[in-house]
Structure formats: structure tokens, C-alpha cells
Design a protein around this ligand. Structure first.
Ligand code: SF4
Ligand code: SF4
Length: 287
């Protein structure tokens, strides 16, 4: 089984549309939405959930007013300024500032502080018309997205082994943070979906540095290449310098938008379109 992660460095490049189109083309694959902070692959895949799991991320502390002696020791020790005095007396912990380090719990002389694990995140295994899909939903303001990415990828690999699937295809998150690092760790290949804008070029440069440090074979395609041919030349120069094969320059096509609007991939919407044929060639080259 081979695992392929699709990345872009930034949002809005059309990465998910491309991932979905590849999903229509690839046979015998398990799909994994690694963009756990803002998952969107399900909008096209229309998954039927068959497994639901709670993902426990960090801790959040709280104070028991009845036990608190108001000594302020916890306030002095909290490095994140999460503990505040109430106007009417007593103290409270701002859950959005609390990093869950649990130091306050240890220093409180009267054991007035306890910590609970965050359980506002979920991950799922679903049936879709393309095959099995593993995806997640993080609660607002929750963290540890890197660990959640590891969790969904691990389950996707298990399913691939159980079902004899040849590929796991990961729709990666934007940026180069924890979730992106977690998406590329141990993957067999990366496909970069690049948008021909200055921000697209800048952000893909950062992703290239990231995947270089992991020494993972990489491929690229430029999406909507005809909206800015000048930047395409700069992208081509970068890819050549980094020895990353450019597999396709996909044109802007309204059909791509039309297919998304009705929840289909471009390959389903018009299998004979120029883009559908290019996606087929991209998948053949990656295989
Ligand atoms: S758990 Fe850590 S971050 Fe949260 S309130 Fe206590 S000391 Fe501050
Ligand atoms: S250390 Fe304990 S007793 Fe002192 S203010 Fe904090 S919660 Fe209250």
C-alpha cells in the first residue's frame, strides 16, 4: 500500500477539487481528509458515517469556588495568564487561554483545581461512492490537530490493509504547521497543487522546504495556470531547481465550479473534459 499526500501550502488553490477528481480516477484507494481544522472533502464525497469516535485533545483546568482559598498562587504560576480574579471576588480560568499544562493543579495548596480532557473533537469512518473515507471534525478553538491527523491517517492505513486497497490518498491541510507536518510524515509521495499567484508561489516554496527536509518524492501541478502565466514561469523555475516534476498545467474552466456546486467531481460531471483527461494522466504518472 502506498500513501500519497496532496498539499498546497495555502487555502483556495483548488486542492480539494483536484483531490476529489483524483479520487474519481483512482481505483482501490482509501481517502483521508487531513485538513481536520476545516474539513471539506465530505462536501463532495457525501459520506455515510459507519464509525464515530471521540478524539481527546488537551486538558482544560477549572477552579472549585467552594474549595478555593483565594491565595493567588495559581495566578502567579500560570505562564499563560489564563487565571483571573473575578470582580465580585474569587478566581476563574479562561478556557480559551488555558494551555492545559496542569501546573496550577499541582501548586494549589487546597486541591481546588481539576483538569478535564477536551472531548469536543470527533473522527469518522464513512462509506462513499469512491470508497472508504476517514475524516474528522474539530471543535471551535480546539488544538492538537497534528495528533488528530495522525489518528485519521493511522485508521486509513488500517482500512487499506483490511480491504486490500493499494493506496491511501490524503487531502492535506494548508500551511506548514503541525497538521501539515503530520500529513507528510512517513508518506510515500507528495503532490503539490499550486495556484499561479504570488502568495501561491510563496507558500508552496515553504511546503517544498518542508518536504525536502523529509526527503519525500514530490510531484506538482499548477491549477488555473492561465490566470497568471508570468507567475507560472516562476513556479516552473522553482520546480526545476528543486527537481520536482510538473505533471500538468490545468486551465481555468467554469465546469470545475459547476461540478462543485452540484457536489460532483469534474471527472463525474464531464469525464470527457480536458481537465478530466489531465487528471487521469496525473494519476497515471503518480502511480
Ligand atoms: S492548566 Fe496551565 S495554562 Fe491552564 S490555567 Fe493551569 S497553569 Fe494556566
Ligand atoms: S492556588 Fe488554589 S486556593 Fe489559591 S487561588 Fe488558586 S485555586 Fe484558589
Amino acid at each position: 500500500m502506498k500513501e500519497i499526500t496532496i498539499l498546497s501550502g495555502k487555502g483556495g488553490t483548488g486542492k480539494t477539487s483536484i483531490t476529489a477528481a483524483i479520487a474519481s480516477t483512482a481505483k482501490n484507494a482509501v481517502f483521508c481528509d487531513n485538513d481536520v481544522d476545516a474539513a471539506d472533502l465530505h462536501l463532495i464525497f457525501h459520506p455515510e458515517v459507519v464509525e464515530e469516535h471521540t478524539f481527546f485533545s488537551g486538558y482544560v483546568a477549572s477552579i472549585d469556588d467552594d474549595k478555593c482559598a483565594g491565595c493567588g498562587i495559581c495566578v502567579d504560576h500560570c505562564r499563560f495568564d489564563a487565571i483571573h480574579y473575578k470582580d465580585m471576588g474569587g478566581l476563574y480560568i479562561n478556557a480559551f487561554q488555558c494551555e492545559g499544562c496542569r501546573l496550577c493543579e499541582r501548586v494549589c495548596p487546597v486541591q481546588a483545581i481539576t483538569s478535564q480532557r477536551n472531548s469536543n473533537n470527533y473522527w469518522y469512518v464513512s462509506n462513499t461512492r469512491m470508497g472508504k473515507m476517514v475524516h474528522a471534525k474539530m471543535g471551535s478553538g480546539e488544538e492538537n490537530s497534528g495528533k488528530l491527523v495522525s489518528q485519521v491517517r493511522q485508521r486509513a492505513r488500517e482500512i487499506a490493509k483490511e480491504t486490500g486497497a493499494e493506496y491511501v490518498i490524503n487531502d492535506g491541510p494548508p500551511g506548514i504547521g503541525c497538521a501539515a507536518i503530520s500529513s507528510v510524515t512517513g508518506t510515500d509521495a507528495v503532490l503539490l497543487v499550486i495556484e499561479p499567484t504570488h502568495s501561491g508561489l510563496h507558500d508552496v516554496g515553504r511546503v517544498v522546504e518542508l518536504i525536502e527536509s523529509f526527503k519525500i518524492p514530490s510531484f506538482a501541478l499548477v491549477n488555473k495556470y492561465d490566470i497568471n502565466r508570468e507567475v507560472v514561469s516562476e513556479i516552473e523555475a522553482l520546480l526545476e531547481k528543486k527537481n520536482i516534476p510538473l505533471l500538468a498545467k490545468i486551465p481555468f474552466d467554469k465546469q470545475m465550479v459547476e461540478s462543485m456546486v452540484i457536489g460532483q467531481t469534474i471527472v463525474e460531471y464531464n469525464p470527457h473534459s480536458e481537465i478530466s483527461k489531465m487528471i487521469e494522466e496525473v494519476w497515471k504518472a503518480i502511480k
